[in-house]
Every structure is written in C-alpha cells, then in structure tokens.
Design a protein around this ligand. Structure first.
Ligand code: AMP
Length: 249
C-alpha cells in the first residue's frame, strides 16, 4: 500500500513569532522554518507502517515555495521514499492545498493519506477534511492510533469526551493528533541517503488548479500584553484585593 504524507513548511515552533510592522502578516524573513510538528507525526506513522510491512512506499508531498524541498528532505531522511513538491509562490489557503492534494492523489492513487490535524502557522484544521470531501473518501481526524487491516483501517480519535474508535474503508484520509507517536530524529547516514532520493517538482497549473487566495487578511496583530502579577502575603490580603481591586468577588 502506498502512503502519501503531506508535509508543510512552517515557522519553527520554538521561534517567537513577530508580526510585520505593516500588520499584513507574520515575519518569515530570516526566521527558522521547519516541518509542521503534526506532519512529523504523520511521517513517523507512515514509516512505522512501512516497518510493519503494511506500507510499501511513502511519498512526502509539500506545497509552496522552492524551499519546501528542505521539508521534503527531512521527511526523506526520516524514511519516506520519494517526494513531490508542488511549487508556487502563491499564499496557499486550505482549499487550494486540498484541491492540489486531490490532483496529486488522483495521479498517485495512495491507499492512505496522512496529514497533520492542523498547521501551527494558520491553525486552520481544514485541509484534511476538505481533501476527504473533494475526493469523496472517508476521513478519520485527530488520530491517536492507526491500525490497518486489509482494505480497512481502525482509527482511534481524540474527541472532546475521550477516545472514539472508528473503522474506515481505504483509501482514506487520516489526520494526526499529538499522542499518535513520538517522531524519530533522522540519523546522519539517513540524512545523507535522503540526498539521493528523488523529488519531483510540479506546478499548480500542471495539476489544473488555480491556487489564488479567496480570503483577504485584514490585519494581523500581536495579542495584548499580559500585565505582570503581584505576590500577596496572606489569604486575607488576596480576598481584599479580589474584592476592591479586581472586583471579581
Ligand atoms: P491546516 O488545515 O492548514 O491547519 O493544515 C492541516 C494539514 O494539512 C497540515 O498539517 C499538513 O499536513 C497539510 N497541509 C496544509 N498546507 C500544506 C502545504 N502547503 N504543504 C503540505 N501540506 C500542507
């Protein structure tokens, strides 16, 4: 079974985000970029499925600027077999990504597609769901366990009230949650090997998709600064301050 994994290049989760002075977005120039953490979990799961003899080939797909090749290389170093870059300078929204991934799925015919539950830059949590709808394939979102059994997959989902286990027919779309696994670090030999693995480059026009944005960002602002806290000496003083200063009791 071929597994396709979507890997997005995002601002590294350790970077303190800075909003651009003109409030049009977030500063990405000279900022460390990495694979979206939920997509690392996706790659890890695909590699584990291959190690278990369930997956036969892992294809890592990224959409965006040329530098997304680095994100694909990371996936290849973790164990993916080949990559596909859908290259564009357009600002991609989830619907455009879903349409492009649909076209890639039609070409590649994977048995399973793994995406992150959300990208930590836009926090949209939409692409997997949209892709499933466009393809007409089943979806299992927020997965914390995936068990493939023939032409079906049993997926445990992290839902508000606890865990829900569902069975979906393959091909299906699965989105990863945090507890699915702990991604491995790529070893140096595997990083070297990854340099030789192929990455095919295609453009949205080749896939018949117009990726033009449909939303306009009005403004992006920093969250309001939190005021510093104070220490109180006694419960009585705390109650007094809550009454007279904070006026919450
Ligand atoms: P979102 O719906 O934007 O929160 O993203 C959910 C998931 O869709 C991500 O974790 C990725 O697996 C996938 N995805 C979104 N945008 C891209 C992209 N430009 N390239 C590759 N994968 C993407």
């Amino acid at each position: 079974m071929k597994v396709l994994v979507a890997v997005k290049r995002v601002v590294d989760y350790n970077v303190k985000i800075r909003v651009k002075a003109d409030k049009t977005g977030v500063e990405t120039a000279n900022v460390k970029m990495s694979m979206n953490p939920f997509d690392e979990i996706g790659v890890e799961e695909a590699v584990r499925l291959k190690e278990a003899g369930v997956a036969t080939e892992i294809v890592a797909v990224s959409l965006g600027v040329t530098q997304c090749q680095e994100t694909i290389r990371t996936a290849l170093a973790m164990g993916a077999d080949r990559g596909i870059l859908v290259e564009t300078d357009a600002a991609l929204e989830p619907l455009a990504v879903a349409k492009l991934l649909k076209a890639v799925c039609e070409q590649e015919q994977p048995g399973l597609v793994i995406l992150g539950k959300q990208a930590i830059d836009d926090d949209a949590n939409q692409t997997g769901q949209m892709l499933a709808a466009l393809l007409g394939w089943p979806q299992a979102t927020f997965a914390s366990r995936i068990k493939v059994d023939g032409d079906k997959a049993e997926v445990t989902r992290e839902v508000d009230g606890g865990l829900e286990t569902i069975r979906v027919a393959l091909p299906a779309i699965v989105t990863t949650d945090l507890r699915l696994n702990e991604p491995r670090y790529a070893s140096l030999p595997n990083i070297m090997k990854a340099k030789k693995k192929p990455i095919a480059v295609t453009k949205p026009a080749d896939l018949g998709v117009d990726p033009a944005p449909r939303l306009a960002t009005l403004k992006v602002e920093e969250p309001a600064k939190r005021q510093a806290g104070i220490k109180v000496k006694s419960v009585a003083e705390l109650v007094e301050k809550l009454k007279t200063e904070a006026r919450v009791i």
